[in-house]
Design a protein around this ligand. Structure first.
Ligand code: AHR
Length: 505
């Protein structure tokens, strides 16, 4: 039987809550309909935000929200989205289905949403088609409390107090939809633009996020880091607090035919998990490059787009990136969460793409209906790791599973952390489609094991919730364990996540 040894007194790093971040872009029904329905909607809302969706997301514990894109960010001119709604400019959302964007969700609405969610703010600026002055003024509009043209404009638009911008992205995918730049060119632009992301609040500096690589484009990271670092006077410094990385899990690995969200066989299931495990290598190699130019514990990786990307649901607008979400997505989330947790010293933030109705969403809506996806439950079960200390663990055995020899994955993936009140949080996932796993959790450095919460999410690899059957997959109480002193014996069902919370002693 596999044994998971947990050293309850040996910590290996702090798990920033922001590793469980979300991303909402002006794309398809991600914001409009999915989150924002406007105050006059018949769907119950508070200041235009859907009450059902906000309540579900609060329960899931969203630590930070990235907005307004994505590719949309580099076409977004923030002044179009302020002031009386009837006067706001209507523009074409050129990247995503060429739909009319009426700008009714803008800066004020974003901060209202974050207030309702109780989360930090991550605003992505426009380098691709915006000016330095525009970015400079946006920062002033959002964060300056005194007397100034932009602060006065904000007050005139009904918000006396400034807001807190926790993170600011200087461009998005500047190697692609954000301007097709070379790393040298972007690096120089980054140095210039970030100068004008000023800290109006001395007690709340804005963390500046530089646009990083597409997957394994290590040359991008190398060149940008080289361009953006300087020696002064003894140490290397860098004009940034984090550098991003985008990596999507695509079952086939091909952008033209990615694979269906719901119809796949065991081979494609394991191939998807194998592809998602590539995240480990990406983190390690990009971090090695960052460490040549900065301390990676100070300039962290910001994985602000990750998750599965499939072919859109048949019959839906291809530009809306709407896809269903199965237990396979919960396994992908669990694998990524564990990778992020185990690399928590060098990862500053991670944001799944995206939050509602787009790509690997936690919440799906249809009219006034809302359902929660397996990805939602994965986030919900892992929420206790937010702001906890990663504990040292050792797993005695972990067989590989998979149908193709070269594309096998480890059967068990896990994280154990300790909250500030001493509670030990164990999440373990068994990614096998058909074989359960007996496992013993051996707690070292604590007296006895008293379980205060035990939950499980389990189902067939392709099980999912629909608007007709919304509870096919859901978190349930877990009973299949026994305790002897400091040892907990349990059985992990196939394709499952188990959460155990153990009282600190
Ligand atoms: O998340 C969808 C898109 O994927 C984003 O707009 C872009 O940054 C990435 O290519």
């Amino acid at each position: 039987m596999a044994k998971l040894f947990v050293d309850c007194n040996r910590t290996e790093g702090h798990i920033n809550p922001e590793l469980y971040g979300q991303f909402a872009e002006h794309l398809g029904r991600g914001i409009y309909e999915g989150i924002y329905v406007g105050e006059d909607s018949t769907i119950p809302n508070t200041n235009g935000m859907r009450n059902d969706v906000v309540a579900a997301l609060k329960e899931m514990k969203v630590p930070v929200l990235r907005w307004p894109g994505g590719c949309f960010a580099d076409t977004y001119h923030w002044k179009d989205g302020i002031g009386p709604k009837e006067n706001r400019k209507k523009i074409v959302n050129i990247n995503w289905g060429k739909t009319v964007e009426d700008n009714s969700f803008g800066t004020h609405e974003f901060f209202e949403l974050c207030k309702q969610l109780g989360c930090k703010t991550y605003v992505n600026g426009n380098v691709g088609s915006g000016t330095v002055q525009e970015m400079d003024e946006w920062i002033e509009y959002m964060t300056f409390d005194g007397e100034s043209p932009m602060a006065n404009l904000r007050k005139k638009n009904g918000h006396e107090e400034s807001w807190k911008v926790d993170f600011f992205g200087v461009g998005n995918e500047s190697w692609g939809c954000g301007g097709n730049m070379t790393p040298q060119y972007y690096g120089n632009l980054y140095r210039r633009y970030q100068t004008f992301v000023r800290d109006y609040k001395s007690d709340a500096p804005i963390a500046k996020i530089c646009c990083g690589a597409n997957g394994d484009d290590y040359e991008w990271t190398e060149e940008v880091m080289k361009t953006c670092s300087y020696k002064a006077p003894e140490h290397l410094h860098c004009f940034m607090d984090g550098i991003s990385l985008h990596y999507y899990t695509i079952p086939t690995g091909q952008w033209d035919v990615k694979g269906s969200a719901t119809k796949f066989d065991t081979a494609e299931y394991y191939k998807t998990l194998y592809n998602t495990n590539y995240m480990k290598e990406l983190i390690q190699k990009h971090t090695n490059i960052i460490s040549k130019y900065a301390d990676p514990e100070t300039v962290g990786l910001v994985i602000d787009e990750w998750g599965c990307w499939y072919d859109v649901e048949p019959g839906t607008n291809p530009g809306f990136l709407y896809q269903q979400n199965t237990m396979r997505d919960a396994m992908v989330a669990a694998i990524n969460f564990d990778i992020f947790n185990h690399n928590c010293r060098v990862i500053r933030m991670a944001n799944i793409a995206q939050m509602v109705n787009v790509l690997a969403s936690s919440v799906l809506t249809e009219g006034e209906q809302m359902i929660l996806t397996p990805t939602y439950y994965a986030f919900h079960m892992y929420r206790y790791h937010q702001d906890a200390e990663l504990l040292h663990t050792y797993l005695s055995e972990n067989p590989n599973v998979g149908t193709v020899k070269e594309e096998q994955v480890e059967k068990i993936t896990q994280t154990v952390s300790k909250s500030s009140d001493g509670t030990i949080n164990v999440t373990m996932s068994n990614v096998s489609t058909d074989a359960s796993e007996n496992i013993k959790v051996m707690l070292e450095g604590t007296k006895g094991a008293q379980i205060i919460e035990a939950k499980v999410l389990a189902g067939a690899m392709d099980a999912y919730n629909t608007f007709d059957q919304e509870n096919v997959v859901m978190e349930q109480n877990f009973m299949d364990y026994s305790i002897q002193g400091e040892e907990i014996s349990l059985t992990l069902p196939p394709c499952s996540i188990v959460l155990l919370r153990i009282a600190g002693k």
